[in-house]
Design a protein around this ligand. Sequence first.
Ligand code: PGA
Length: 254
Amino acid sequence: MKQKLIVGNWKMNGSLAANQALVQGVLAGMQGLNVRAAVCAPAAYLASLQVLLQGQTALSSGAQDLSMHESGAFTGEIAAAMLREFATRYVIVGHSERRQYHGEQDAHVALKAQQALSAGITPIVCVGETLAERQAGRTEEVVKRQLAAVIHTNGHCISEIVVAYEPVWAIGTGLTASPQEAQQVHQVLRQQLKAATPQADRVAIVYGGSMNAANALSLLQQPDIDGGLIGGASLKVSDFLAIMAAASQCAQAS
Ligand code: PGA
């Protein structure tokens, strides 16, 4: 099995002091683990994160959002090129909290992914159904529609993205998709990517939604689950490291 990708999404949490303690704890504990890892910080902390991560390659820096525009009169927005200046390697796009609270549509998400790719930053494209959509049997239709917009806009670069399947009902709720439920959706997304690129197997499709130390291994053992996007559990050194250890165990078992 290939190396898994474990990404922390700090959301709107942290402080200079807390981030330093968290990053130093994670770096110290992840030595020897066979895993690709990153943390996505609030934009205000990207400069300090760059300093904290200097001189090592185990943990990469990520952002949580970016502008769909290249530059110009867009007050409050942050351009891909600006993120790039702080050695940002990943950027989350289309997180359900952005879609829900900030009105982001599929077309916006597609343009954000495009901006990231053109700056050499890997977009982590989030897709996922709400509880009502799942109960109505619309899960596949929803996630395929969300991913299709990104494929349509980014065609030939699509093998450069990361996809995060995050069922909205599982985010921050303590409810998790069962490994089988998650695998089923990941398989659908893999098929969709395969129809778009011969390199679909290179695309990491990660799971997010209440992933924690206890459930990580069974999720990560699924054939199409290539990693995790971790919210709450990424804020505690021991929890985040336990998830990375599970990921490392899966990579070793291959
Ligand atoms: P959670 O968040 O792990 O706290 O459920 C995941 C996410 O929103 O990316």
